[in-house]
Design a protein around this ligand. Structure first.
Ligand code: ARG
Length: 457
């Protein structure tokens, strides 16, 4: 017998029962569902709707379910986790169990469970992101003297310290961390007490519920509380941005560990072979991180589409929120774990990095030298452009040009100028630049960020 069958004279078609059922995936919310019911039973007792003994029986029954989840026998008639828990409780403890749903609706229950679940997941994501950031920082700390070419358009651009490069990831991830903590503000709101949509007809102490369940705020409007899934969408948007970042870092590592570059080598633990070509060692870990970004974006678009144009308040369409949400959480967890592993075990080949340095990376420095010697930058740019073009035409590397050669293009080339990567880097010591002092300051800041416990979460 289903809980809502009173109004019905015929059974659901078996296909309808299967189609309607969310238990297969929402059983993941069992701990949250039970926690919500424990708090709700106490609130009912506080409001005089349950005797002390009845409330105690409910709490005992729920606690037992929480500690022995394997003993829970679900049936085909259990539509979702809420109905399953209530049914099993009622079967086990009798009448008090049948009073638990007084003034409560699954519409507020599901909003409660997913908010509780998401809060927990945001904390664990915060920890996973910090672990990755620590791995990134360690890489930066170990590469403060390695000079590498940096790229725009995948063309060699300018020399930077490899530490500076890794720190760029750190600060991107730091913003991800902050975004998730900001999202927590939206998530951390108690919806329970909203009834089905209009609020509860019973004097439920919602402030008590919020305290008992660890929420910082309670919803201001019952219609809003059961209707919206923006808290999930906000989380999934944050996840999409983080996945985008990870996909770019992964792609950089794929490129930099490819034979043409050889800057890095992946540990065997994070690479795979080919079933046919014995010579292959492929960066599948990174390719999967890159590829799984598609799922994270897809999940966001799925839920945005499910929610689009839905009339207020609750509609069953919204049951479609959980699978993309859970998949996003699982996918991001996996990506963060794997990426951290890849980074922790990566080998850096400084000789290969150095082998890719060439004086064309210093063309901007030559233009800067002219500019500092009273040539307007635009003219300096054109002069150096001609030098680079002539070298390319003659097939001679820029670094082979003598001072006298350079002076033929402009008498303003200072006598002190030489093609030097260290000088180029040292010149960029302003805050945020690749100069050693700036990189040291960034490392200090990064360490402080990781020491700070949380962003208010
Ligand atoms: N299983 C439902 C969901 O995930 C719970 C809420 C059901 N509410 C209802 N009125 N049918 O959305």
């Amino acid at each position: 017998m289903k809980m809502w069958e009173g109004r019905f004279s015929q059974k659901n078609a078996p296909a309808m029962e299967r189609f309607n059922r969310s238990l297969g995936f929402d059983k993941r919310l069992i701990a949250e569902d039970i926690a919500g019911s424990v708090a709700y039973a106490r609130a009912l007792a506080k409001a005089g709707l349950l005797s002390k003994n009845e409330a105690a029986a409910i709490v005992r029954g729920l606690d037992k379910m929480r500690s022995h989840p394997a003993a829970l026998r679900f049936t085909a008639a259990d539509e979702d986790i809420h109905m399953a828990i209530e049914r099993i409780l009622s079967e086990r403890i009798g009448t008090p169990g049948k009073k638990l749903h007084t003034g409560r609706s699954r519409n507020s229950q599901i909003a409660l469970d997913t908010r509780l679940y998401l809060k927990k997941e945001i904390y664990s994501l915060d920890a996973a992101l910090r672990t990755l950031m620590r791995a990134v920082l360690t890489r930066a700390e170990k590469t403060t003297t390695v000079i590498m070419p940096a790229f725009t358009h995948l063309q060699k651009a300018q020399p930077v310290l490899m530490a500076h490069y890794f720190l760029s990831w750190f600060f991107m991830l730091e913003r991800d961390l902050r975004r998730f903590s900001q999202c927590l503000v939206t998530v951390d709101v108690l919806p329970l007490g909203s009834g089905a949509l209009a609020g509860s007809a019973y004097p439920i102490d919602r402030a008590f519920l919020a305290r008992a369940l660890g929420f910082s705020a309670m919803s201001d409007n019952s219609i809003d509380a059961v209707s919206d899934r923006d808290y999930m969408l906000e989380f999934m948007s944050c996840a999409a941005i983080t996945a985008m970042h990870l996909s770019r870092f992964a792609e950089d590592l794929v490129i930099f560990s490819s034979p043409g570059y050889g800057f890095f080598e992946l540990a065997d633990a994070y690479a795979t072979g080919s079933s046919m070509m014995p010579n292959k060692k492929n960066p599948d870990s990174l390719e999967l991180v890159r590829g799984k970004t598609g799922r994270v974006y897809g999940n966001l678009v799925t839920l945005l589409t499910v929610m689009k144009g839905l009339p207020l308040t609750y509609n069953k369409d919204m049951q479609e929120d959980k699978e993309p949400l859970f998949d996003t959480i699982d996918t991001l967890d996996g990506c963060l774990e794997i990426f951290t592993g890849v980074l922790d075990t990566l080998t850096v080949n400084p000789e290969r990095v150095a082998a890719m340095l060439s004086a064309d990376l210093l063309a901007t420095d030559l233009a800067d030298a002219l500019t500092k010697n009273k040539t307007p930058f635009r003219e300096a740019h054109a002069i150096v452009g001609r030098i680079v073009r002539d070298c390319a035409q003659k097939g001679v590397p820029l670094e082979t040009l003598t001072h006298a050669d350079l002076r033929k293009y402009s008498p303003r080339v200072p006598g002190t100028f030489s093609f030097c990567y260290h000088t180029s880097i040292a010149a960029r010591s302003l805050p945020g630049g690749t100069g050693s002092s700036s990189v040291r300051a960034q490392i200090c800041k990064a360490r402080t960020i990781l020491k700070r416990k949380t962003y208010d979460i």
